[in-house]
Design a protein around this ligand. Structure first.
Ligand code: CTP
Length: 405
């Protein structure tokens, strides 16, 4: 679960900084890579060399280091990480985080990141109980950051009470729990088709449609973010491949079917592609010349395979959950219900792709989700939000399945 993750450790300057070394050691043992940022004060307690020897990684200390910025800037440092852990989080660092102050590499990275942050507070009990620290704690939690500790115990200053940093084992435990919780689809394999298909007429001309692939790509990203092993079989689109997703690029419906079948078995299959229903029977081998007044050759069409129906009706290799989309311009729900029955998928997501809706090619979508015994209309929302909501439905479905089993 945690192996091969990349956890960026930010060490601030408190006596508990020496325990960060144990956190590095324990994470390394579990196969986690741990680049480290040390604040200036942290270097009074632990050295960059010790951290580097233990982690086997470069240690970063300066915001304005020319070498470090060239090699790996603070933005890349956080972009590369799966999670950021602040250990220890001193009262000073918590205050800076809560107020968005960024006056060194550690605080700048914390402000510039979109990754989740776990922080392990460590300070004297009076500092911990101070109204300012408690206000900052509330702000940090409200911002969505997660705290581990502090715990009650003896402190370096001789006092006893809350403020002692959690033990390294407990911090590593919190990191493991984080990855378990955040990845509810871990262990599930998902196949997704997306985009249009291009059916050749001759070497330079195709029959296509206006699908942008945005909805399918967004679903692939959301599925990967939820921990699934995702294969995206995509027709020609001009989108960046979703991070962490295996993308197979195809042109035609036949290639899309071939690669979808080759990618089985899978637990879940989602068919968002706008597959051309027909292809030209004998595409010309050379570019068809313009002949005055008429098309240079006869276009005979043959029906393309229905990829969704083929997979949904594959008795031996059908994924447990098969989801189709229904692109309609009239009688949206009625047609979608009929399509679900005809193709034999479990759920179908219906949307109205009439030009005036702006859905085809746009960034928003308004869908109906239709299951065996229920159907729900979702509000209009960004395609990325539809993707997350669909993934949440899938997570919910598998939890129910697990309970019934
Ligand atoms: N689909 C598919 N292979 C095809 C045609 C469609 O896999 N050859 C899938 C789509 O990816 C979608 C669902 O079937 O999940 C419905 O596609 P849609 O274009 O709405 O319907 P069609 O089956 O093409 O029917 P029609 O064109 O009559 O609406």
């Amino acid at each position: 679960m945690i192996e091969n993750k990349r956890v960026l450790l930010i060490v601030s300057g408190g006596i508990a900084a020496f325990k960060a070394l144990d956190v590095i050691r324990l994470l390394k043992k579990k196969g986690v890579s741990t680049p480290v940022i040390l604040t200036k004060a942290a270097q009074e307690f632990v050295t960059p060399l010790t951290c580097s020897v233990l982690s086997g990684e470069k240690v970063y200390t300066d915001l304005f280091s020319l070498n470090d910025e060239l090699e790996m800037g603070h933005i890349e440092l956080s972009r590369d990480a799966d999670l950021i852990v602040v250990v220890p989080a001193t009262a000073d660092l918590m205050a800076k985080m809560a107020h968005g102050i960024c006056d060194d590499l550690a605080t700048t990275t914390l402000l510039a990141t979109d990754k989740d942050i776990i922080f392990a507070p460590a300070m004297n009990i009076r500092m911990w109980e101070h109204a300012a620290t408690q206000r900052n704690l509330i702000s940090l939690l409200a911002d969505g950051h997660k705290a581990v500790g502090p715990v009650e115990g003896e402190m370096a200053c001789g006092e006893y009470g809350y403020g002692r940093m959690s033990e390294p084992e407990d911090i590593v435990g919190a990191i493991e729990t984080y990855f378990q919780k955040a990845k509810p689809l871990a262990g599930k394999k998902i196949l997704i088709t997306a985009g249009p298909t291009h059916e050749p007429i001759d070497p330079v001309r195709v029959i296509a449609n206006l699908s942008s692939g945005k909805q399918g790509y967004a679903i692939a990203q959301a599925a990967y973010d939820a921990g699934a092993d995702v294969t995206l079989i995509s027709g020609p689109v001009s989108l960046n491949p979703p991070l962490g997703v295996k993308v197979i690029k195809v042109q035609t419906a036949e290639q899309m079917l071939q690669h979808t079948q080759n990618s089985l078995p899978a637990d879940i299959a989602i068919f968002t592609a706008a597959v051309a229903d027909w292809r030209v029977e004998n595409p010309a081998e050379e570019k068809v010349k313009k002949t005055a007044g008429k098309l240079g050759f006869d276009l005979n069409f043959v029906e393309n395979p229905d990829i969704l129906a083929t997979i949904a009706q594959d008795i031996t290799r059908r994924p447990e959950l098969v989801i189709g989309f229904a692109a309609e311009t009239e009688k949206v729900i009625e047609n979608a219900i009929a399509k679900r029955a005809k193709k034999q998928c479990d759920w179908i997501i219906a949307n109205d792709v009439s030009p005036e809706t702006g859905i085809m090619g746009g960034d928003k979508n308004k869908v109906h989700i239709i299951k065996a015994a229920q159907q729900n209309a979702w509000d209009e929302m960004p395609k990325t939000a539809v993707a997350k909501k669909l993934i949440d439905e899938i997570i919910h479905h598998f939890k129910i399945e697990a309970r019934d089993a």
